[in-house]
Design a protein around this ligand. Structure first.
Ligand code: UDP
Ligand code: MG
Length: 322
């Protein structure tokens, strides 16, 4: 039995060595009964992450493979690349910054070893360590996406999870460019056990997620896994048309019964602005979907790698040596 750890790295020079040491301490094959490998993906880091990773490979620090991207393709692309390279019967997705404790990875892997009935274990944060406002935004996001999407989303469960080989193959068979892992995990199905964990402080460096980036990511998730916003547009159109017809009837009656000219100038301006605004929003929503179709239709690869470095002989799951 082998556990593959897929670790995306963006500017993590200060963390990768500590990560390897933490894995060495927690997952010694003698203690856990299975072997492990670590697959680092250098996602276009601007610091010394790559040289630090290459040093670790040269030192034979552990069973390490490094995939070096040609530029920053994003965490989702990194997870996909790592999964393609992973050989293990179990695959874990872990952040490089040690916020997700290796002891929890071990517990999740042990759980799957002991419980044949489950195919995946996902860890969720039972207490969020961030500000109230961000927590509220994230809560609202989960409520919205659960209402809008056909697949369920477990609140606060991220991509920190351990999966079995068949789940890994299933995820690899979803080739879309705009990847939203939480949705893909949910979409492929399988029996998943959810367990709480407490997120640790970042070991070194800073988070690379700004609020704008988080917003884009949330929007990606909603658009990838729901077509409800488009239906909302149709609904809006119907409601507005009905209101317009009602108002027209009122105006005609006023004219016939009271005979007065309708002093409608301000009403007119408000209506034009309102309807114009709604039309633009709806066009924007359609545009978001269209933009994604545009990108998907090009069938560009999810990532491009400059080089691979490894201190183990690789045998991809389809049996090819590399
Ligand atoms: N990451 C990545 N590419 C990116 C941004 C982040 O591979 O474009 C990695 C990063 O190195 C880390 C993980 O994704 O291992 C989570 O990122 P971060 O710690 O910045 O996010 P947070 O924990 O604050 O959500
Ligand atoms: Mg982090």
């Amino acid at each position: 039995m082998k556990l593959s750890m897929v670790v995306p790295c963006y500017n993590e020079a200060g963390n990768v060595r500590a990560f390897v040491q933490a894995v060495g301490g927690e997952l010694s094959p003698a203690a856990v009964g299975y072997t492990h490998e670590i697959i680092f993906i250098n996602d276009g880091s601007k610091d010394d992450t790559l040289s630090e990773l290459r040093r670790l490979v040269d030192e034979q620090a552990d069973n390490i493979t490094v995939i070096d991207f040609t530029r920053n393709f994003g965490k989702e692309a990194a997870l996909y690349a790592g999964l393609q390279k992973a050989e293990g019967d179990l695959v874990a997705f872990v952040d490089a910054d040690l916020q997700q404790p290796i002891s929890v990875v071990r517990e999740m892997a042990d759980f799957l070893v002991e419980n044949e009935d489950y195919d995946a274990v996902a860890a969720y944060q039972d207490q969020r360590q961030e500000g109230k406002f961000l927590s509220l935004l994230k809560k609202t996001f989960y409520q919205f996406i659960n209402a809008a999407s056909d697949v369920p989303f477990h609140a606060n469960a991220s991509d920190f999870r351990v999966i079995r080989r068949p789940v890994a193959q299933a995820i690899l068979s979803v080739p879309e460019y705009h990847r939203f892992s939480k949705g893909i995990f949910s979409w492929v199905g399988f029996r998943t056990y959810y367990r709480p964990y407490k997120v640790a402080q970042r070991n070194a460096g800073t988070t690379s997620w700004s609020t704008t980036k988080l917003f884009r990511y949330a929007l990606d998730g909603i658009i990838s896994f729901s077509t409800k916003p488009l239906k909302l547009a149709t609904g809006c159109g119907f409601v507005l048309s009905a209101a317009a017809i009602l108002y027209m009837i009122v105006v005609i009656i006023q004219k016939l019964v009271c005979g007065n000219e309708v002093p409608g100038y301000p009403t007119l301006v408000v209506l034009i602005l309102l309807i114009g605004g709604i039309q633009l929003i709806v066009l924007g929503i359609i545009g978001e979907y269209l933009a994604r179709i545009h990108i998907e239709a090009k069938h560009r690869p999810i990532y491009l790698a400059r080089a691979y470095y490894s201190n183990i002989e690789h045998e991809n799951y389809d049996g090819k040596k590399s």
